[in-house]
Design a protein around this ligand. Structure first.
Ligand code: SF4
Length: 476
């Protein structure tokens, strides 16, 4: 028995005083210790089926009390009795410390706790090879380390509050995707005991849609893969909103809006708002900060979006632009951590890169994404700057830099070097169209990525687009 983790996108932080660990220990020879229905910061070990059922009952009780917003409602009691044959009225002092509580994810379509997820979790925990260790940060490590070398993985489903964690089960490939709407952390995994579980190199529904809502941009970057210009067209708002509706039917988690320059779209705020209404997290990439100068607009945008990326290039005034954006966010007491910095590799040299890293750290910016160079659009004629130095530089200096994400193109280019540097491949994917896809809402076409072969871009029907998208996506 093991939990198979296929892919993790980090971006979350956890902190706890009590510390419970679900561990996989075949042939452990352990006995229950200190089991009484209260699972807090005191040391305990749950080995027998009865002890684990009590643990699970305490966990379910906290989750359903949150969902029903009613302490021990009859529904909570009935569900726990049905799933675990435990009568919570008969257990004195049943309790689970909120710092160690596994938050059960919600089904994004109903916003209710996913029963399918709960049932598979219960089945996994009740397997005889699973042991639950409890205690506090100070003592649980010793308890576990008595038995084995432990690799501890923090997964993004600990005490997130009520509504931030959603899940989706992939019916075709038999794995779960958990998505933390608050931090963007995402994890794909399968419970080993699910029949047909495979290492999912592809999902049957994308997690993420990359969406161009305009082809207008005033930045005139000489490497622009979209060939965006100052007189490019905007996508029709009604068309975008109907597509968002279809994407919500598919249970897509996130949309990343780009362009062109998405903030130039006259309905930009309405588009973000439409996503929020359909329970999809909207993100965007921008090179402009004009929208931040309007105190009402910046508040609205920051409230609606999951995060945004400010694109930086080696141009006079760009670092000052980042400093200004940071200062505006701080002035309005808005979360600076919602902003990250994007850099297209191949457009900067190592000297600029290092200088930028230093400036970002001084400004308190802790997140950036490096994008691989794309030989499409104006990138075809751009003479790119070599970036062979990148992995070596990161390996040497990562502790002095913000936390760095890379896109699929860069991951594919640097795969050998990443492997040699010991980076586990659960942290990156190297192919487009496997868990994400692209919609050009201006041209009304979909494809595996924004830089794919134009022959792969397909026109979308206006009605019943969800079925059409899923059937095409399955082919990429
Ligand atoms: S690369 Fe981005 S910022 Fe530059 S011109 Fe193209 S769309 Fe505008």
């Amino acid at each position: 028995m093991q939990l198979r983790i296929h892919n993790i996108r980090l971006g979350f932080a956890t902190n706890s005083s009590s510390d419970h660990s679900i561990a996989f220990f075949p042939n452990h020879g352990l006995q229950d210790r200190e089991i009484d229905g209260s699972f807090g910061g005191d040391d305990f070990v749950a080995v027998s089926d009865n002890a684990k059922k009590l643990y699970l009952a305490a966990m379910l009780r906290e989750n359903f009390n949150r969902q029903f917003k009613n302490w021990d409602s009859q529904w909570t009691r009935i569900i726990i009795k049905e799933l675990l044959e435990v009568d919570i009225n008969q257990v004195e002092d049943m309790h689970m410390d909120h710092q160690s509580l596994i938050t059960l994810p919600l089904d994004p379509a109903t916003n209710d706790i996913s029963f399918d997820f709960a049932k598979q979790l219960i089945e996994m925990v009740r397997d005889p090879s699973v042991v639950i260790f409890g205690g506090s940060d100070n003592n649980v490590r010793n308890t576990i380390d008595d038995f084995s070398t432990v690799t501890k993985i923090e997964v993004p489903f600990k005490d997130l509050g009520d509504e931030n964690l959603v899940c989706r089960y992939d019916e075709r490939y038999h794995f779960w995707t958990l998505f933390n709407k608050n931090t963007g952390a995402k994890i794909r995994f399968s419970f080993e005991n699910v029949p047909g579980a495979v290492n999912p190199e592809k999902s049957s529904v994308p997690d993420l849609l990359d969406c161009a809502i305009t082809n207008r941009c005033f930045s005139a970057c000489p490497f622009c893969l979209k060939n965006s210009t100052h007189n490019g067209s905007h996508a029709d708002y009604n068309y975008i909103s109907s597509m968002i509706y279809y994407l919500s039917k598919m249970k897509i988690f996130e949309i990343s809006f780009g362009g062109g320059e998405p903030t130039l779209h006259p309905k930009f705020v309405d588009i973000l708002s439409c996503c929020k209404n359909y329970n999809i997290i909207p993100n965007f990439t921008t090179r402009q900060i004009d929208w931040m100068e309007d105190p009402i607009k910046i508040r609205t945008v920051m409230d609606l979006c999951g995060s945004f990326a400010l694109s930086v290039k080696a141009e006079y005034g760009d670092i000052e632009k980042v400093a200004r954006a940071t200062a505006i966010l701080r002035y309005h007491k808005l979360p600076v951590e919602k902003m990250s910095i994007n850099i297209v590799m191949g457009t900067i040299d190592q000297y600029f890169f290092k200088q930028l890293m230093e400036e970002l750290m001084e400004l308190g910016i802790r997140k950036m994404t490096l994008l691989g160079f794309k030989n499409v659009g104006r990138g075809l004629t751009y003479r790119k700057i070599d970036y062979d130095w990148l992995v070596g530089d990161l390996a040497e200096n990562y502790h002095k830099y913000p936390s760095i994400g890379i896109d699929t193109v860069l991951a594919a280019e640097m795969q050998d070097q990443l492997r040699a540097a010991g980076v586990n491949n659960v942290f990156y994917t190297v192919q487009e169209g496997k868990h994400s896809m692209y919609l050009d809402a201006v041209k009304r076409k979909i494809g595996p990525s924004s830089y794919c072969d134009p022959a792969l871009m397909i026109s979308l029907p206006e009605y019943d687009a969800d079925g059409f998208i899923l059937s095409r996506y399955a082919e990429w």
